[in-house]
Design a protein around this ligand. Structure first.
Ligand code: RIB
Length: 298
């Protein structure tokens, strides 16, 4: 079983030819309200990949909060541990340009009140997985990791939004996931030399003392850890919207590992899923099912 402890947002998405620069106003498309949030996204991606998934987090009691669970509910994610707090739901204001690239500003709202203490004790045992991101308060993220590790669960942290973390705070994390640029920043933070993705992942894994996965967009992904360095390719696609592609990767990777698949196999399927997510608009509506992932295998 996978527990995702993290953010639940509503994405206010506007398509633009080119994202505005500071001081600039641009006209965009009609806006759309789409369920999002890195935590909720990863929960949905894992569920669509076939895992049993529980979401732990918080939404507000505002009208927009009703949109936040519109994809998680029919997918069958356990939402009994999603709290409804007085105040606003997390909102992400997103632009997506003609190349499918995005800009995102997040207003945390109820995510700021996400409480690791509300994670049930069951489902945190050996063979279970806790999947974390950095869109809820860091102290709650690391408290959740501590509880899961004590129970024997696998703990995966997607370091998004990115901030360099010291090795000491990662003591209960088995694997960290970052993208290519974040990996370089992370390595730079520790004074590690720039190198290929494989070299950077290996140097970070050594420095942090745990597995490090680096997503490489159209170039796939690489993981360095106990099993050495593993690289997998992405699919060749024409991206229309990259929003949530990293979350898709993390959710599918967690689902496959939780299901007992090898790291190489889990990475291969996660990379395919991330590619497929770039071919459709929005975050959550773009996430593939297990059958779609398997069908897209080269
Ligand atoms: O990773 C994409 C997500 O980041 C969006 O869905 C948005 O809600 C922000 O959390």
């Amino acid at each position: 079983m996978i527990t995702v402890f993290g953010s639940i947002n509503v994405d206010l998405v506007c398509r633009v030819r080119k994202a505005p620069q500071p001081g600039e106003t641009v006209l965009g498309s009609d806006y759309e309200l789409i369920p999002g949030g890195k935590g909720a996204n990863q929960a949905l991606a894992a569920r669509r990949a076939g895992a049993t998934v529980r979401m732990v987090g918080a939404i507000g009691d505002d009208d927009i909060g009703k949109v936040a669970l519109n994809e998680l509910t029919p997918a069958g994610v356990d939402l009994s541990t999603v709290a409804r707090r007085k105040g606003t739901t997390g909102i992400a204001i997103i632009t997506v340009d003609d190349h499918g690239e995005n800009t995102i500003v997040v207003s945390p709202g109820a995510n700021a009140a996400a409480d690791a203490g509300s994670i049930p004790a069951d489902g945190m045992d050996a063979g279970d997985t806790l999947l974390l991101q950095m869109e809820v308060p860091p102290e709650q993220v690391f408290a959740a990791a501590k509880r899961a590790k004590a129970g024997g669960a696998r703990v995966i942290l997607s370091v998004a939004p990115f901030a360099p973390l010291e090795a000491e705070v990662l003591g209960d994390i088995d694997m960290v996931i970052v993208n290519e640029h974040e990996a370089q920043d992370f390595a730079g933070h520790f004074g590690l030399p720039a190198g290929t993705p494989e070299e950077t992942a290996a140097a970070l894994a050594k420095r942090l003392g745990r597995a490090v996965t680096v997503t490489l967009g159209p170039d796939g992904a690489v993981t360095a850890g106990d099993e050495g360095v593993i690289r997998v390719p992405a699919l060749k696609v024409t991206p229309v919207d990259t929003t949530g592609a990293g979350d898709t990767f993390a959710g599918v990777l967690a689902a496959c590992l939780d299901g007992g698949q090898s790291l190489r196999e889990a990475m291969a399927l996660a990379a395919i899923a991330g590619s497929l997510a770039c071919t459709r608009h929005g975050a959550q509506p773009s996430f593939p099912t297990r059958a779609e992932i398997e069908a897209a295998r080269p």
